[in-house]
Design a protein around this ligand. Sequence first.
Ligand SMILES: [Zn+2]
Length: 427
Amino acid sequence: MLNKNYKILCNINLTHENITVNNIIQQIQTSLKNTPSQLIGCILNDVQKSILDKYMGKKWNEFKNKSVPWMCPHCLERSSFVRRGSRSRKLKSSCGTIEFNLFQVTCSSCTKTFSPFPQLLGLKARARISSEFEEKILSIVLNNSYSKTSDTIDLLTNGSISHTSIHSLVSRASNLIDVKHDQSHFEEVIVDSTKVKTAHSNRGSDIQLVLAPLSKTVKYNRVINSKKLLYISVNKSLKHMNKNLSNYTCDNVITDGDIAYNTLISDIFEKATHRRCLWHLPRALNHLLYMQGIPVDERKCFSKALIHILKEKDFRKARNEYVQFVYLFKRIGMTPIENFLKNAFNGIFYNEEDWINTKINKSSSLIEREMREINRRTDLGCRWSDEGCENLVKLIQIKKYATHCWDKYFKQNKRPIKQFLQVSLFS
Ligand SMILES: [Zn+2]
């Protein structure tokens, strides 16, 4: 469609003092700084001209019967159009700001003037940032603050973007990317929550995360756990969670023991075995003992005793010891702890076969790691809005554990690149 040679004139002026590798890199970067964006602008104009020439004939010599690859958006006319002028347009990209023209046509049947090219060129309506640039910015912001991202973009690309624009980019992408899976049944689902500092309340808001661990693979002697993201939200009701999880079923569901999840588990995952995370139990016990004013050393003894019981291989022995352990707290009058342990019983001791089956995951440690990552990224010393926090953590999790949703949103950037340009340098 377009076969053209573009030549770039490049004048390099090096003296004896500036011939180190770094000098030359700098020289070339400075003198060719605007070249990519200018070249892209030229090509965009040429592509449009060649399409117009091909389907409508040259200016002043237009074809009589034209069959064009677009349609009038106002009256759905397909063939009678007249060439018009153009409007200038700017687009931020990682190569810098591209300035080009959008060529227009007038529909002969409804006399409206429009440009058929945003659609043909894959330009989103009113988009001021190219989708490849968007993806790069979002990939950086998932691990860095908004202002650091802005600095990094300045440093490494020819483009620039303010931290407020990055903020709106994050909220737009987060609202447009849906978490959806083809698979609806999972062997295992882990539900957990963590707190994030928000303006909503002094104690912060809950981030609720639901992941489904998949197969384990070993790479370079390290076990790699792949997971799927099923749900993430900040300070949303359990109803919202119910609604979003209702498409899924599972065999096992592991929680940290938050009572709020009990109804959720029995409502949605009716048939699943409800497990209490064995990693959380001694830690939760430690916290409860602390609330009772028990000194550190004694707390350690109790936690150790519980860990010992949970590691016991003999099902009956472990169960008996656990009952004894509960009874101990009853005797010394610590009712909250007694109740806590009683409530956890069914989630720990399912049956003998289950107890010795080491293949079943009985801890939510996989999600703990994610929570630590989320805490790291959201701990900025300032308070988030619930919405702002959700937008960001949702994207972080989508990029990692719902990759197909991310790719679908950026599908334009995922096509294989074919060489179609010839650019030559001469001096
Ligand atoms: Zn029309």
